[in-house]
Structure formats: structure tokens, C-alpha cells
Ligand binder design. Sequence first.
Ligand code: ATP
Ligand code: MG
Ligand code: MG
Length: 406
Amino acid sequence: PAFRASRDVISTRKEESPVHGLSEMIVGVLGGGQLGRMLCQAASQMAIKVAILDPLENCPASALSYDHMVGSFDDSATVEEFVKRCGVLTFEIEHVDVATVEKLEQQGVDCQPKAFTIRIIQDKYLQKVHFSRNEIPLPEFMQINDIEGAKRAGELFGYPLMIKSRRLAYDGRGNAVAKSEEELYSAVDALGGFDRGLYVEKWAPFVKELAVIVARGRDNSILCYPVVETIHRDNICHIVKAPANVKWKIRERATEIAYKAVRSLEGAGVFAVELFLTRDEQILLNEVAPRPHNSGHHTIEACYTSQFEQHLRAVVGLPLGDPSMKTPAAIMYNILGEDEGEHGFRLAHQLIGRALTIPGATVHWYDKPDMRKQRKMGHITIVGPSLQNIERYLSRMLEEGSLDHK
Ligand code: ATP
Ligand code: MG
Ligand code: MG
């Protein structure tokens, strides 16, 4: 694996061990997508050095990182080589080679959060087992190994039935809904068959989806960000509203569940806890991410400490920052690819052009090498005096002059 030529010197720098920023550790991040990029942005402010490992030479974090090792975060030898150059290892993606991370941890490599946490979270079925053992409320679930098992689950849980891949899921890729027993076959097929490792979840009849970003320091102190509402389009997070417009009691309960979920895991960093709010005001956990998350992007403009700064503070052992909001309200809108290639870029740029005229709006563009439908290309955060007020700006941004983004 080749390091970028101009910066081929981090291992020697580490031996000299200069205090270069608020921490002398080089933070190694597995993955260099938009989350890695925003970690680098937060790091630059504190002169913390972030090295990334990502196979794409021009991945979003590359240009902003202290160093970019081009290679796979799913390859054992590559990860071992990478950590030699880092003081602490962390993650912007949980789909990494966890056996290697475990081995490195046993050899004394500082991984935050812990390999134990990554192992549980990267397998959604194990994750569900873990949280149910820790008495966190969840939709009912069960493993399925064949079509008979799927039918039994259907009889038990009813339809629609949510079928999920245990591994490598993101943006809803890995989920399939069967509305009836007949649809089980096509749903299982769509997920690549039983060999992929599947399980089912009872349908959660939610009225809203909520999320809580939770930070945990190296001293095990835990702080929760204000509860947000997330709105998905085709299973992909699309809009986040902060704070969530729900009763105080519900916010309190959501925060309690998120706190308890993160307390059951190990290691420092920020975690995102995705929740369902049901009609009868139950709160059920959907899943947890062991890293900064799309539901926390608004924290860059809307909170005293962004989730990215918080993650860095946590993993290097600095005191955690204040997670509370410094603006009364914020909305985050994901710029999802509307079309492939040139036309997709043109549509996104039209939207950005409108966003730039809106007071309180900040544009983030991830600089991904190519445009694809449904891909997260950037996001826009609008802050303002109330959700009502900024919702008006959001609709202005989405409607004016174009129908393409509705
Ligand atoms: P992410 O990008 O958040 O990692 P993912 O691919 O891991 O997504 P999930 O979070 O499992 O997918 O599900 C995506 C969306 O599908 C949820 O946000 C929710 O809208 C819907 N969903 C998931 N599980 C259920 C369920 N049991 N009942 C009803 N809807 C569900
Ligand atoms: Mg997920
Ligand atoms: Mg999810």
C-alpha cells in the first residue's frame, strides 16, 4: 500500500513525538468517505492529525487528511500496516475486518470504540441479541435459515415483514419487505438468498423516527445530544429536524434508551442510536452506529460541539464538549444523487445555488468523484429561530424554479 508521496513521513514524525495540536496522537480512521472528511475538518481546527485508510485515491477525506493510505480497510495486512502509523485507531464505517481489529487490540493497539463493539454492531442480528439481553426495547426479531423459517416468522410476526441482511447493510440496501407469504421468495432473492445471512424483524408501525447521538469519553463519561427526528426517503436518511418536535416525555425516554444502549457497548467515541416512535408512544431501538452519523450532521452548525469534534475529543481522551444546541432549531437536508453523471451534477448545483441565497443555510459538498442516483453527495443545514421558520426556507429551497428535488 502506497502513502501519498508528499507526506511519506508520518512514522518518523511519530518518533520525534512533537505536540502538534490538542493531542499528539495521530488519529487513524478506517474509511475516508464524507464522515472521514468531516472528521478531518474538525481535526484541522484543533491541529489534530487524522490519517485515513481508504481504497479510493480520490475519496472525500483524502484531500483534507494528514495522510491517506490507499488500501482496503477490510484487508488484514493493510490494516496492520496502517495502525503502525497511528496513535489511536477509530472508524467511520463498521464494515471492517473485525478479526484483525481484535488481534491488534490484543497486541496493545488502542482502538476506540473497542473491537467488541464493532463486532456486535457490524452484524445486525448479533446487535439485536445484544440489545435485547441488555433490556433495550426492540421490534421482535428472529434468525431465518430457509424459506420454512421465513414462513414461520411470517405466521408469528404477521405482514408486512421486514427481512434484513445481517451484514454490510447501509442506506436500506440489505432490507426487503414482504407484504405477504408469497412475497417472501422475491424478498429473500432480492437480498441475495439465505447464504448471505438473513434475519427478520416484526414491522414497527412507527409514526416518527428519532435519533440520538451519544458521546462517550475514555473515562466512560456519557453525554447525549438533543433528540432529532429523521425522515427517510426510500430507506435513505433524507431530512433531519432538530430538536425533534415531540413531547418532552418522549424526548426523555428516547434519551434514556440511547444512553442505556451506548452504556452496554465498550470504548470511546460518538455513537448514533436510531429509534422508532410508535403510535402508542413506545420507543423501540432500530440500530446503533459506532461512529459519527448522518443524523448528527446538523451539530456542525447547530451545537456547541459538533459530533465530529466530539468524536475526536473522545478517542484521543480530551474532555467532552457541550452537546447542547446553540441555535433554537436546525434542519439538515441530504443532497442525494437525482441522476447519474453530468445531469445529476447539474441538478445538485441548481439546488446548491438556491441554498446559497437562504439565510442560515450552510452547504456541504463531499466532492465524491462520481455522481450516482441515491448517493449522498452533500448536505445543507439551515439554522434559525424555530422549526416552523426554517421549514419555510426549506420548501422555498426545494420548490423555487425546479420540481426536480421534491
Ligand atoms: P442506515 O443507512 O441507517 O445504516 P440500514 O441499511 O442499516 O440504514 P435500517 O436502519 O435497518 O437500514 O433500516 C432503514 C429504514 O427502514 C429505517 O430507517 C426505517 O425507516 C425502515 N425500517 C427498518 N426496520 C424496520 C422495521 N422493523 N419496521 C418498519 N420499518 C423499518
Ligand atoms: Mg445501518
Ligand atoms: Mg439505519
